[in-house]
Every structure is written in C-alpha cells, then in structure tokens.
Design a protein around this ligand. Structure first.
Ligand code: ATP
Length: 246
C-alpha cells in the first residue's frame, strides 16, 4: 500500500521556486534516502511532509490516501515524526530524556508506556548502562540514539530523518548507521515508511530501499538502491556519483 503520494508538489519562497512539480510515491515499509546537491530542496521537501514548511503553491501530498490538510496538525506530527540533525538533550538521565515526551500522552496506560520504552531502547540501540548517565555527558552518537528512542516512545507511523549523522564524525556515523539499519528492519516489520536526507552516499547505499535524487527543486531520479548506484543510465545521476567518487 502507498503511504505517501507526493503529486506535482511546487513550493515557492520569495521569488524562488524551491520545489518544482515534485512527484513520487513511498510505499508502506519502504526506506527512502533523499540525496542531491546543497540547496536542491531536500529539507524543504521533508518538512512539507509533516507540515513544518510553508510556500506550497501547487500539487498535493496524500498520506494514506488523505490530503495532509485533512489531518489535525498535532496528530499528524505525532504520527509523522521529524528527527532533526542534532537531538536536544534536557537536564536529567538518558532514561528521563527518553521518557520525557510520552509522559504527556493522553489515553496511554503506564503499562503501555513501559512496553514502548523496552521496545524503543532496543530499536534505538541503547544499552542498559547508558540509561542512568546524564544525557549531556553521552557521546554525539549516543545522544542521537536517545533522541530517536524519545521519538519512538510516541509510537510514530512514519519517520523523517533530516541528516541524522551530520553532526557525527565518520567513525561514530558508521556505528550509528548500523543502529539505523537495525531500526530499519523493525520499521519494515511495522510497515512504517521512512525518509532520510543524507549527504553521505555510502549511507544511502547501506540503508535505502530506494533513492530519490533532487537537483534545483526537481526530481532527477527515483530508483531502487541497486539501480541508482550500479547502473545509472541517467547521466545526471552518473555525474553526481562521479563527483562523489562512487
Ligand atoms: N525563505 C526563503 N526565501 C528564498 N529562498 C529560500 C528560502 N528558504 C529556503 N530557500 C532556498 O531554498 C533552497 C532549498 O533549501 P533546502 O534547505 O530545502 O535545500 P537542501 O537541499 O536541504 O540543502 P542542504 O543540503 O544544504 O541542507 C536553497 O537554495 C535555499 O537558499
């Protein structure tokens, strides 16, 4: 089943067309990586998917067959969760940070929250030793895991990752990608769709089912990962890969 259907999405800010008739579908359980040069419109596109952005002058976005505008924006943002480049850590332990958002959820029993907690820390790759550590003292990669676990506590249906490894060094980023790979398998089981922006093409090749490439606000390619990296008949994709020496 189609989770998201993006149809002729056009976004203008000031004088500039940021997204130009962007169309593609994301299926349930699919993990899509969004790549492309800086300024191509990747973050704008991702933010449009849970209405964090403005400036749409054309097209529509359907989620589960329903236009995004038909959803209550708070419900939408709980279910379509946005994971920022760097997780914010509040004073308190990792465990307190993970449980923070969900404690205000209505209609959820304590028992259900405990169940979500056990699942969230497993899926986000959090070790028991980390739980009692002051969140601010955790490494960058561990803080990202805490941020993801906090998001998973809200039981989202879709995850939008905006360059989750951007603030990490290469080694930490590689380790964190292994966590994302495990998380991806859990998300697939739950039929959750995920979209992730990345500048590191090796991450896209490691994680994605499909790769969406944007350039100057337009879709250049939307291909299964193997096709994107191994057999790019599309000249612009080939040039992009060449520039990254892949
Ligand atoms: N309010 C605005 N007015 C005019 N141009 C804007 C505005 N907001 C964003 N832009 C432009 O829109 C373009 C797309 O921005 P966006 O952040 O979506 O790109 P991106 O592909 O995510 O870039 P990066 O990889 O560098 O994060 C950029 O050229 C940016 O300068």
């Amino acid at each position: 089943m189609t989770a998201f259907s993006i149809q002729n999405l056009t976004v203008v800010k000031g004088e500039k067309k940021i997204l130009d008739s962007v169309s593609f579908d994301v299926q349930e359980g699919e993990f899509v990586c969004i790549v492309g040069p800086s300024g191509a419109g990747k973050s704008t596109l991702l933010r449009q998917l849970n209405r964090l952005d403005y400036g749409r002058i054309g097209g529509q976005i359907l989620w589960n067959g329903k236009s995004l505008e038909e959803y209550d924006v708070h419900v939408l943002r709980e279910q379509v969760a946005y994971i920022f480049q760097k997780a914010v850590m509040f004073p308190g332990s990792a465990e307190e940070n993970i449980k923070m958002g969900a404690q205000f959820e209505h209609n959820v029993t304590q028992q259900e929250l405990e169940g979500r907690f056990v699942k969230a820390i497993r899926e986000a790759g959090i070790t028991p030793e980390m739980l009692s550590v002051e969140a601010a003292d955790l490494s960058g990669g561990q803080q990202q895991r805490v941020g993801i676990a906090r998001t998973l506590m809200l039981d989202p249906v879709v995850l939008l990752f905006d360059e989750p490894t951007a603030s990490l060094d290469v080694e930490t980023s590689n380790k964190f990608c292994k966590t994302l790979k495990v998380l991806k398998e859990h998300l697939k089981e739950k039929k959750s769709a995920s979209l992730m922006i990345t500048h590191r093409l090796e991450e896209a090749s490691f994680l994605a089912d499909k790769v969406l490439m944007l350039e100057e606000g337009k879709v250049v390619a939307f291909l299964p990962v193997n096709e994107f990296f191994n057999n790019p008949s599309n000249e612009r994709v080939a040039n992009f890969l060449k520039a990254y020496k892949l």
